[in-house]
Design a protein around this ligand. Structure first.
Ligand code: FAD
Length: 323
């Protein structure tokens, strides 16, 4: 049986996040040939609608309101609920992002539906779709289905391949007007941290440093390598606790969960809590002075050596390859 599936598109600084396109690809499998309706919420999102159609949405519904410029649970849930109630979908897909993790349980519980979060792949299609998600900090995977009601799903960034971009695709774009009221939070200003560059959770390449980096200045060679590779810099909690970097960079059980194509771990011992956030990366390269460090057990390539010698050498080689 085919299903009607809603996908929430997420924009940041005027551009759609890649996870929005990955969510459309997930919706395609869940729909089993049914309609895919993308939803965009914001103060000015009409211009992003065509891109959602080029990536596979059949139709786009927008809700524009000054209170949707910046995410709040109250504002977005009112707007999104209005669309869901109007569309009566069989399934709803969000990115497993800060926004998706906050909004999806709120809307699912209002509709008394189940939620499958942090999905990394989908087996089967339509009514046969089974959702695969990591459990026990990534040590095992479970395959789950929702028996009754609407399927609410969040998909982990960087795991589901987006459909090919096709600029010949066309689709209807409509807007819904929602009276957003009774907000308990009004965000006046967002102050960005200077550490923010490439979004860690969507980065294809991450260069992460641990306590072995030894100081804030010790992160500079890692920043340089990340710049050359067009990637992001991450960190272990050891490095954050030692005040070498900001906690927004922390990867692991109590930090961000990442799945880049390439994860370079420098001066990180490989504690289980760190592995919980990065062990599903496609290729892991570990650099550590201690040949017995646990990080080598999950690494595809290991370099036993001083990161302050190895990282600059790698940077120079990558620079030559790009020249
Ligand atoms: P260390 O364990 O001190 O390792 C430093 C490594 O650097 C060593 O292996 C050393 O050989 C190597 N090294 C030193 N100098 C050099 C050099 N010059 N060149 C190359 N290698 C060098 N940790 C996380 O990362 N993320 C989490 O989300 C997280 N959540 C936690 C939650 C809980 C409830 C608890 C209890 C702990 C959590 N931790 C987390 C902490 C975790 O247990 C470890 O303490 C932490 O990951 C260690 O960080 P580290 O590997 O940088 O430091």
């Amino acid at each position: 049986m085919s299903k009607k599936v809603i996908v929430l598109g997420e924009a940041r600084e005027g551009a759609l996040r890649n996870v929005s396109f990955e969510a459309i690809a997930a919706a395609k499998k869940i729909s089993g040939g049914g309609e895919i309706v993308a939803v965009l919420l914001g103060d000015s999102v009409q211009s992003l609608a065509t891109e959602m159609i080029h990536y596979g949405a059949d139709r786009v519904v927008t809700v524009e309101h000054p209170h949707l410029k910046i995410y709040t649970s109250d504002g977005y849930s009112q707007a999104f609920m209005a669309v869901v109630e109007g569309e009566s979908p069989d399934a709803v897909v969000f990115g497993h992002t800060a926004l998706g993790k906050d909004l999806s349980p709120k809307v699912a519980s209002k509709l008394k539906s189940g939620l499958i979060s942090d999905v990394t792949s989908i087996e089967g299609e339509g009514s046969d779709a089974v959702f695969v998600r990591p459990i026990f900090s990534g040590k095992a995977f479970e395959k789950v289905k929702i028996k009754d009601g609407i399927d609410f799903i969040t998909v982990r960034p960087n795991n589901i391949e987006p459909l090919a971009h096709d600029d010949s695709r066309t689709g209807d774009v409509s807007s819904v007007s929602v009276d957003i009221k009774n907000l308990r939070t009004i965000i006046k200003e967002v102050v960005r941290k200077s550490t923010e560059g490439v979004d860690l959770s969507e980065a294809k390449v991450i260069v992460a440093g641990g306590r072995g980096v030894k100081s804030e200045a010790g992160f500079e060679p890692l920043n340089e390598l990340a710049r050359v590779l067009g990637g992001a810099v991450g960190a272990s909690r050891g490095a954050c606790d030692a005040d070498y970097c900001d906690y927004s960079l922390q990867i692991g059980q109590t930090g961000k969960v990442v799945t880049p194509d390439l994860y370079i771990a420098a001066g990180i011992s490989g504690a289980i809590q760190h592995l919980a956030g990065m062990s599903n990366s496609k290729i892991i390269v570990a650099i550590n002075k201690d040949s017995e460090a646990s990080i080598f057990k999950v690494a595809d390539y290991g370099i036993v050596g001083d990161l302050f010698e190895v990282i600059p050498m790698l940077t120079e080689e990558f620079k030559k390859m790009k020249a």
